[in-house]
Design a binder for this molecule. Structure first.
Ligand code: G3P
Ligand code: MG
Length: 248
């Protein structure tokens, strides 16, 4: 369903949250392929380290919810994670879908023509922030030339570390609710974008960020009516489980 008479984002500002995760198992190649089929240009995905320091595309710090296996990422190697079924929990049609590495996803998304918002997750099993951020930086450096990347995180230290490695990358600070001192906090990173829960936004805030040239994207909205009053105030984009809803 598309409500094309409503104001909405540019096509390049619709990001598929964990892929088209309304119809396919989140953070899998199948979900990213479905996002491309729905016309998305960008996907958002989550990354964390396995026990042996590989970057795994997964939201939680354990495989329990989204696979046939059990265990914390800090106790599982990438090879062990690669054996798990990451699709059956969602739907038997996706049996055998894998929990992918970031490297595998970048290769697939290059073929699909998708750009990536890499959300760096900070989990208790991570022993070194630099190890985590360096690994992400090394992986995205190997992306195809046509692929655009942005980095987001709830942890400002991850964004600061990434800025030191790649000062030209777009960095987005993730907040549930945007704090009053958002401008000072962004400047400390420095970051030029805010990704906020749509319930943590206001028209007043968007008018202020627009004046300052700060991009604001709302997550996770699966109903265009939730954001309808925000676009004219300056909302930049949306992160959604159903990109087709926002793509005409
Ligand atoms: O990037 C927006 C959104 O993904 C943040 O929350 O928990 O879905 O990763 P979460
Ligand atoms: Mg995320």
């Amino acid at each position: 369903m598309t409500i094309s008479s409503l104001p909405g984002p540019d096509r390049d500002e619709v990001q598929a949250h964990r892929g088209a995760s309304a119809i396919a198992p989140e953070n899998t190649i199948a979900a990213f392929r479905a996002a491309a089929e729905q016309g998305a240009k960008w996907v958002e995905l989550d990354v964390a380290l396995s026990a042996d320091g590989e970057l795994i595309v997964i939201h939680d710090d354990s495989v329990d919810r989204t696979s046939s296996g059990k265990g914390n990422l800090g106790k599982l190697t990438a090879a062990q994670i690669a054996t798990l079924d990451g699709g059956s929990w969602f739907n038997s049609n996706y049996a055998g879908e894998r929990i992918p590495t970031l490297g595998a996803v970048i290769q697939a998304l290059g073929e699909f023509g998708l750009n990536i918002n890499v959300e760096i997750k900070q989990h208790p099993h991570h022993q070194s922030l630099d190890q985590l951020v360096n690994a992400v930086h090394a992986e995205i450096t190997r992306r195809p030339a046509h692929m655009q990347i942005m980095i987001s995180s709830f942890d400002p230290e991850c964004l600061k570390a990434m800025h030191r490695l790649a000062p030209d990358l777009e960095l987005a600070m993730l907040w549930d609710r945007v704090p009053d001192n958002w401008e000072a906090l962004l400047a400390q990173i420095p970051a030029t974008s805010i990704h906020a829960h749509f319930k943590g936004l206001s028209i007043g805030l968007l008018e202020q960020t627009a004046v300052k040239g700060i991009k604001v994207r709302a997550w996770t909205s699966n109903d265009p009516l939730e954001l309808v009053s925000f676009w004219r105030a300056g909302l930049t984009g949306v992160i959604t489980d159903s990109p087709e809803i926002y793509l005409g």
